[in-house]
Design a protein around this ligand. Sequence first.
Ligand code: BEZ
Length: 208
Amino acid sequence: MALRIGDTAPNFTIATTNGEINFHDWAKGKWVFFFSHPADFTPVCTTEMGKTAKLAPEFEARNCMPIGLSTDTVEEHLGWIADVNETQNTSLTFPIIADADKKIAALYDMIHPSESNTATVRSVFIMDPEMKVRLTMTYPMAVGRNFDEILRVLDALQTGDKHGIATPADWQPGNKVIIPPSVNNADASAKFPQGFDEIKPYLRFVQV
Ligand code: BEZ
């Protein structure tokens, strides 16, 4: 069965471009951006890897570690990383999993047979430091991901965890957030002494 939000991310030990890792040990105390791509030496994937490498300081600022995966080998990954660095003008340091026998792809339901029986689609999982799945997202092979959205979701999840709030459509850091309906007005007043705007009893905004 596909992984769901709130599930514990399955653990595994596997070869990567940065050596063998045990996933849970590697991720200890960190948020994780775990993403699959269809294949090495392909154009869309090359731009995605370059973008992720360039965003290293942004992931670091969010206590989050990226890790990629495809069904290629470590040797293929390493050869391709050289191309990524050359063509995308970056220095890729995060690990890429070599899942040549497709074990992790099966564990995380990353192979969608109507797209390909052998290559992974563009799956995204965000895990929190307790290794709980907090976001799942799947893009088709021919569509490169929006990495600003991945950072935005990390910001929204971390702001939500810190303040016990939800975020509205298209929220960006610094925008007002939403007081969940489970918090009544008396509790909201105590929790948010700065005050809040009540548009409807179920629609309340606060600046945190
Ligand atoms: C790409 O990364 O360019 C790609 C990979 C598989 C299918 C389509 C595009």
